[in-house]
Design a protein around this ligand. Structure first.
Ligand code: SF4
Length: 308
């Protein structure tokens, strides 16, 4: 762990005057209000909700989403984590072999019941943001043309945001980035962690073929399903630092001390600033080489990470 990270771990204090539960309830309330404020967007009732159901659409979550779901469902945090969430590897729109390590919802989403979201008021921020954030970032039309999104009814007509809603989308996106960075810090003692799979392509392609994926799609090694990457990560890397001990870290959130740590850090602008400084130019990237995990800081646009 970095020295400054260790200091931050020691620095987490009990909140003054408010219990962690009260502070978190107020935070979720604010998040829920922003989710609907100034918005004209509604899911089409006839839509089959592919975003909630499709196996191959990853919905990343923060630890705050897991805490919220545990509270909402009246379940212990470790139990709800093991039932409904797992490790995830996010491409974040990249077309190479770098993936960001995160937690995600299992799919089809276990909270999708009777064609509705059963945790709507506290649904994860990516569910709140989609698809309005794409309009806010000028990427809506481009995504609407993608074959992948053809069964998403929300892409069948233009989506216009009012200036007020656009500001709220920007705010929600920042909240999401903040939650994700703090979750990574809690779990790994760093900001975001990435895996570079580019040295493992032959091995991963062989694994994909043995798992029954269409062999012809894998020539010339351009498509390796995310499930194959996740399976490799789970088998070879998830037991190594800084990823090891996920179960204990999730269980620590069941304690008051763990919740205070997490919630204090979410409010800590200096910590956020430090984690953001370790952003795309000095990102922490892990590789699996000769049976061992290696880490180095490098730019995420470093040529060695490009495959095509
Ligand atoms: S949490 Fe709700 S909105 Fe998000 S994927 Fe699950 S059912 Fe859909």
């Amino acid at each position: 762990m970095f020295k400054w990270a260790r200091r931050q771990r020691q620095a987490a204090k009990l909140p003054q005057g408010e219990t962690p539960g009260q502070w978190f309830a107020a935070y979720l309330h604010q998040r829920a209000q922003l989710a609907s404020s100034e918005s004209n967007f509604h899911c089409d009732p006839a839509c089959g909700r592919p975003g909630c159901q499709n196996q191959d659409l990853q919905v990343p979550v923060s630890l705050f989403d897991i805490l919220a779901a545990a509270e909402h469902q009246g379940q212990p945090i470790p139990a709800i984590y093991h039932q409904h969430y797992s490790w995830g590897l996010l491409a974040n729109g990249r077309e190479d072999w770098l993936r960001m390590v995160t937690l995600r919802l299992k799919k089809p989403c276990p909270f999708f019941q009777n064609n509705l979201c059963s945790i709507y008021s506290i649904r994860p921020l990516p569910c709140i943001l989609f698809p309005e954030y794409l309009a806010n970032e000028g990427a809506f039309e481009e995504n609407a043309r993608k074959e992948y999104f053809q069964d998403y009814f929300c892409f069948h007509r233009p989506l216009l945001l009012s200036p007020e809603r656009a500001k709220i989308m920007t705010k929600l996106k920042r909240m999401w980035e903040r939650e994700m960075l703090i979750s990574s810090f809690f779990l790994f003692d760093y900001g975001h962690c990435h895996i570079d799979f580019s040295n493992l392509l032959e091995e991963l392609a062989a694994a994909a073929r043995s798992q029954g994926d269409a062999a012809e799609r894998l020539k010339p090694l351009q498509i390796i399903p995310n499930q194959v990457l996740e399976h490799f990560f789970l088998q070879h890397m998830a037991q190594c630092p800084p990823f090891a001990g996920l179960g204990q870290k999730i269980s620590h959130l069941e304690t008051r001390e763990g919740q205070v740590e997490l919630l204090q850090w979410l409010q800590d602008d200096l910590l956020l600033q430090k984690l953001q400084q370790r952003g795309d130019d000095r990102a922490l990237v892990f590789r699996f080489v000769k049976g061992k995990i290696q880490a180095k800081r490098r730019s995420l646009s470093h040529p060695e990470s490009k495959c095509y």
